[in-house]
Design a binder for this molecule. Structure first.
Ligand code: NAD
Ligand code: UGA
Length: 318
């Protein structure tokens, strides 16, 4: 076993978001000091002595600089973004503003502040609409299927450029459809759970055969912590589960976990969506020691349990 953890100073952008909130909890639990830059507050960390919130927008240079002045940071984990795939077709310029211009502002300021390591939240969407799974980090990623995917690839390239310019260690993590407690309500697992629980129809896009490598948030956080602890040149890693789950199977699993029969309605496949994602994990295994432990059956059962608790709590506090 490794020795005592050396406490780190970490700036997390998007700290109040789904993945950010889990990462902040895990960093605080191991004794790190965390500054969260987000335009909304992370309530669960409000009272924690190791956490400070800078209310700000990554699109504003003065907010970014203020956050970086809060401490001398060992690591910046950059999660703040417009994160939905399909809505990026409606507001492509807005996505570029946050995900590309905001990332450039942060990378530039982080270099000047001499942060020790910059970790960028990239996405499986950079692999585009393709078959031939699993996807490896060395595969071509020059054919994005949505403006969102293009902004994530742009973020990786900006990180590469700033690594070249100032030598800051940079790690890009390609997350594969993450789920778990506090998942964004617009994402499929959360949305389907709510609709099935309420006895309402579930709208699935396409014929139900599209597949995703769904990844439990605790596995992603484990990969993030391992990354935070290993600054090393410019690196790109997949963080997935390497299990491609068809959409119809996902709906069945959610129904079974709730003890309800889903009422499925089919809609056309959505522009911007890819038919398949599936991560090759060899590189993350060998260089980070990453090993996901939650398969889809367990993960959906855990998600349903969280959902039940959450709805019971909301009902009792009304
Ligand atoms: P989320 O929307 O729950 O969290 C994003 C957070 O960023 C929010 O708290 C939001 O307030 C904040 N934010 C957005 N724009 C901001 C701005 N201009 N200034 C300051 N704060 C801003 O999203 P998430 O699902 O937790 O995703 C986190 C990151 O991981 C994103 O970069 C996303 O693209 C990436 N990612 C997510 C998934 C997934 O399945 N959830 C998969 C691949 C990549
Ligand atoms: C998710 C995240 O939202 C992105 O932030 C992330 O970058 C991406 O994963 C990734 O892995 O890179 P997505 O895979 O579209 O994007 O996640 P969901 O919204 O949960 O959709 C999962 C599947 O369900 C997709 O096939 C989608 O078409 C389908 N879906 C979604 C439906 O059939 N119906 C819905 O109402 C919603």
């Amino acid at each position: 076993m490794s020795g005592a953890h050396m406490s780190k100073n970490v700036l997390v952008t998007g700290a109040a978001g789904f993945i950010g909130s889990h990462l902040v909890e895990a960093l605080l639990a191991r004794g790190d000091r965390v500054v969260g830059l987000d335009n909304r507050e992370l309530e669960l960390a409000r009272a924690h002595a190791g956490y400070r919130w800078v209310q700000g927008d990554i699109r504003k240079a003065s907010d970014v600089e203020q956050a970086l002045r809060e401490d001398t940071f060992d690591t910046v984990v950059h999660l703040a973004a417009r994160a939905g795939v399909r809505p990026s077709l409606i507001d492509p310029a807005g996505y570029c503003d946050t995900n590309v211009r905001g990332t450039a502002l942060l990378l530039d300021a982080a270099g000047r502040a001499r942060v020790g390591h910059f970790v960028f939240a990239s996405s499986s969407s950079v692999y585009g609409a393709r078959d031939g799974a699993p996807f490896r980090e060395s595969d071509a990623v020059d054919d994005p299927a949505s403006p969102y995917a293009a902004t994530k690839r742009a973020g990786e390239l900006l990180a590469r450029a700033f690594h070249h310019l100032n030598g800051t260690p940079m790690t890009c993590l390609r997350f594969f459809t993450v789920y778990g407690p506090r998942q964004r309500p617009d994402m499929a697992i959360h949305r389907f759970t709510r609709l099935i629980d309420e006895g309402r129809p579930v709208e699935i896009y396409g014929d139900g055969g599209s597949q995703r490598d769904y990844t439990y948030v605790h596995d992603v956080v484990d990969g993030l912590l391992r990354t935070v602890d290993r600054p090393s040149g410019y690196r790109v890693y997949n963080l997935g589960t390497s299990q491609a789950v068809p959409l119809h199977r996902l709906v069945e699993l959610i129904g079974a976990s709730l003890g309800r029969t889903p009422h499925v309605v089919k809609s056309p496949a959505q522009p911007g969506d890819v038919p398949l994602t599936c991560a090759d994990l060899s590189l993350a295994r060998s260089e980070l020691g990453y090993e996901p432990v939650t398969g889809i059956e367990d993960g959906i059962a855990k998600f349903a349990a969280w959902y039940r608790e959450e709805t019971a709590w909301l009902a009792s506090s009304r």
